[in-house]
Design a protein around this ligand. Structure first.
Ligand SMILES: [Ca+2]
Ligand SMILES: [Ca+2]
Length: 413
């Protein structure tokens, strides 16, 4: 009797163990199933016919998934390398390109491999033939960035950067700056020319940091200029250069308190009989974050009313700031009498391209004086208004810097 009990117990244990193994087997199963690669032959040349093959698979649990191709020499090319994937169905098209480069014509072994968290590895493989592969990369020949030191602040000096290249093949091209943090990107738009973006040929970009639109440029620092061209089949080329931004920003200055003192230096009054002199005093402040450039005539210079800044050989300099005086009935261009925005010897001097340039620095104030000897009258009246302006030459005169402190001056017939 005892023996029968042992035998029954043994049969029971074997049955239970078998059932458990069966259950474990069902729950586990292979992690990777339903792998398919179709078609098995592609011609990746962007003609729309069999340019890609579709890879499908099913994961029964989450796993790290790789898809790679092995050429006849045994070299592996990873299309997906250990990518984390959750349970589910997957499909992805493969057009012959691995890491931006088209695989050359040939017979390849494809491998789809899944590795579970407990290191169970399942892989399936088959063959893929590539013919007529377009392996020509789009090139960005002669890629250049000039100048590489850039001060986007609208002072007329190194305010713009030219980026040029010759594109050898139709491709989508992206150009942007990568900030010193390695992440922040600033896209740069192409200048539209006869050759449209993406077409083969010469391409140019004119970058001013956004300040022409009144925006703050990217912060000062050294940036990577990154250009990437991707053709129709996925061949990709990347070229880089560098660009340093210094003293970037939108320049801001005004006439302090919009206060301009007009007077006759002989009497201290607003009466200036013909032949006598009208003088003025005002203060300019740079309330922005970047230096602002100026040029002469120096503060304190005297004009005769029949002169102007051109007759004093102090022509308009694009991006320079000057104080101007204008008057009611002026028959000529605005602000014919102009001065530097401070005594030149009180301003920061820098030699740039063999010229001495003068700057009013951020936060700096300077008193500007000057005078005009009134030789004739612009209107048939005995009182004429004079006013001041702060001119950003060839850029703008902001409303608050225009027609500042209009003051009637008695010419006194
Ligand atoms: Ca094709
Ligand atoms: Ca500049």
């Amino acid at each position: 009797m005892l023996k029968w009990i042992y035998v029954k117990a043994l049969i029971f244990i074997i049955a239970i163990t078998g059932l458990m193994l069966l259950l474990i087997g069902c729950a586990g199963g292979p992690v990777l199933t339903q792998v398919s690669v179709s078609p098995e032959q592609i011609t990746p040349n962007a003609d729309g016919i069999e340019d890609v093959t579709r890879i499908g698979y099913h994961l029964n649990s989450s796993a790290n998934l790789s898809i790679y191709f092995i050429d006849e020499a045994g070299q592996r090319y990873y299309f997906r390398d250990n990518r984390r994937r959750s349970q589910g169905d997957y499909r992805v098209d493969f057009g012959g390109v691995v890491a931006g480069s088209m695989l050359p014509d040939g017979d390849y072994t494809w491998v789809v491999e899944a590795v579970t968290d407990d290191n169970q590895s399942v892989k399936e493989e088959g063959t893929l033939t590539i013919n007529e592969a377009d392996t020509a990369k789009p090139e960005l020949q002669g890629f250049s960035v000039y100048p590489q030191l850039f001060t986007p602040n609208r002072d007329g000096i190194n305010d713009r950067v030219d980026i040029n290249y010759y594109l050898t093949k139709e491709a989508e091209v992206l150009v942007y700056l990568i900030a010193p943090d390695g992440e922040t990107r600033y896209p740069i738009a192409e200048v539209e020319r006869d050759i449209k973006p993406g077409e083969p040929g010469f391409h140019t970009y004119d970058y001013e940091g956004g300040v022409d639109l009144g925006a703050e440029p990217p912060p000062d620092g050294t940036y990577i200029v990154y250009a990437e061209a991707t053709d129709l089949v996925g061949n990709r080329t990347v070229v880089t250069s560098s660009l340093t931004i210094q003293e970037g920003g939108v320049p801001r200055a005004d006439i302090v308190s919009a206060d301009v003192d007009f007077y006759n230096p002989e009497t201290g009054t607003n009466v200036v009989p013909l032949g006598q002199t009208l003088a003025f005093t005002l203060t300019v402040e740079n309330f922005g974050s970047v230096p602002i450039r100026t040029n002469g005539p120096d503060s304190g210079v005297d004009y005769r009313s029949d002169e102007n800044f051109n007759t004093k050989d102090a022509f308009v300099s694009s991006g320079s700031w000057r104080v101007g005086i204008d008057y009611e009935g002026n028959p000529s261009y605005a602000y014919p009498y102009r001065w530097a925005i401070g005594p030149l010897d009180q301003l920061e001097q820098r030699v740039i391209n063999n010229n001495t340039e003068y700057f009013l620095m951020p936060g700096q104030r300077a008193i500007v004086t000057g005078s005009i000897q009134l030789l004739d009258v612009p209107a048939d009246k005995d009182s004429v208004q004079f006013w001041a302006g702060l001119i950003h030459e060839d850029v703008s005169i902001e409303a608050f810097n225009d027609h500042v402190s209009p003051t009637p001056i008695l010419i006194g017939f």
